[in-house]
Design a protein around this ligand. Structure first.
Ligand code: A2R
Length: 324
């Protein structure tokens, strides 16, 4: 039970019990997704709710919710990507937004390398081959290799750098594309994504979603990547033009793709599912018990810190916090 006069918050979607239990111990929690009439719930709590715990990527937090909650001070979002939150609008209204960076960096980078190897060495297909009893008849055909590849990273941020470190440990050269050159990294910078794609055979995208990255990996980039090309995406599905990718896989413009993220999750186009040589994961980059608990704890800690008057622990750049 929360203390008398505990702050009131809204949860936009379900979170694991580890998080929900802590939130309910500290705050009066209103579960928006469970309300039979969401507008009625919002109207009832409008004068009291000061915080939002935003889970998952499918519930938008934007001007409409800010309009409905005039006393809102703080939105603590679960996950490092926050393209489902209109952070610029929050900033204009003086609402602080936090995300959960750093605590998932290594987990997502591990998954990126796992997905890369799974794609190049066809691990899911090889596993199916054994289970179907085909090994008894013949060895699995030889696969492509990581050896000799060069990896271009799209979005050399926290996760991108952790991916780069792992790729280097595998003995492969790394280059990167972003909006800005980073002087403190040893990798070659490409201001042009198409140019980078034509110089490498392996692209790993760890870029965030949003308007500035929408479909930057398009038909032209895939053509430049070429027939030996592998695309791995662990950032956001919207960064890749999915229809262009499907076509590039169907007509062998590129060799294969390993995808953990999609344009319209959890819906994955049937044409993509039909492509046997692609490896498709249901957005599990950070989805281990260990890392999801770390992320959940940071959601709780951001809200707790805010309501203790100490400010957010990990505000997003659009809503920097200055102590009054
Ligand atoms: O563009 P830069 O130099 O600011 O580099 C950032 C890059 N990035 C972009 N690259 C190309 N075109 C863009 N329009 C663009 N916008 C941003 O993405 C930076 O190097 C990287 C993002 O790094 P961080 O902010 O450190 O994020 P973190 O923790 O690595 O996570 C990346 C994404 C999340 O936003 C989720 O969507 C996903 O991974 O889990």
């Amino acid at each position: 039970m929360p203390a008398p006069n505990a702050p009131e918050i809204i949860m936009t979607g379900p979170m694991m019990a580890y998080v929900t239990d802590q939130l309910k111990a500290r705050f009066v929690v209103h579960e928006l997704w469970n309300a039979p009439d969401k507008a009625a719930l919002l109207a009832e709590v409008a004068g009291r709710v000061r915080g939002v715990a935003a889970g998952g990527g499918h519930n938008r937090v934007d001007g409409a919710l800010f309009d409905a909650l005039p006393k809102l001070e703080m939105v603590a979002s679960f996950g490092v990507g926050y393209d489902h939150i209109d952070a610029a609008e929050a900033g204009r209204r003086g609402v602080t937004v936090s995300n959960t960076p750093d605590v998932l960096t290594d987990e997502v980078a591990d998954l990126a390398l796992g997905l890369l190897i799974a794609t190049v060495r066809q691990l899911p297909q090889v596993d199916r081959y054994l289970r179907e009893g085909k090994w008894l008849k013949a060895a699995y055909p030889l696969t492509t290799s990581l050896r000799g590849r060069t990896v271009g990273i799209v979005g050399l941020g926290r996760i991108g750098k952790a991916v780069a470190k792992r790729v280097e440990a595998f003995g492969l050269p790394v280059v990167y594309h972003g909006r800005t050159r980073q002087d403190d990294v040893p990798y070659r910078f490409y201001p042009s994504l198409v140019e980078m794609a034509s110089d490498v055979d392996t692209l790993i995208s760890v870029a965030p979603g949003g308007a500035s990255t929408h479909h930057i990996i398009n038909a032209e980039v895939l053509k430049a990547l070429g027939p030996n090309g592998i695309l791995v995406n662990v950032g956001r599905g919207t960064v890749v033009d999915e229809q262009a990718l499907i076509k590039a896989l169907q007509d062998k413009t590129i060799l294969s793709a390993g995808l953990d993220v999609f344009e319209d999750e959890p819906r994955v186009p049937a044409e993509l599912i039909a492509i046997e040589h692609a490896v498709l994961l249901p957005h599990v980059g950070s989805a281990s018990v260990y890392t999801r608990q770390q992320m959940g704890q940071l959601v709780v800690d951001n809200l707790a810190s805010w309501f203790e008057g100490k400010g957010p622990l990990s505000p997003v750049p659009e809503t920097p916090w200055k102590k009054a």
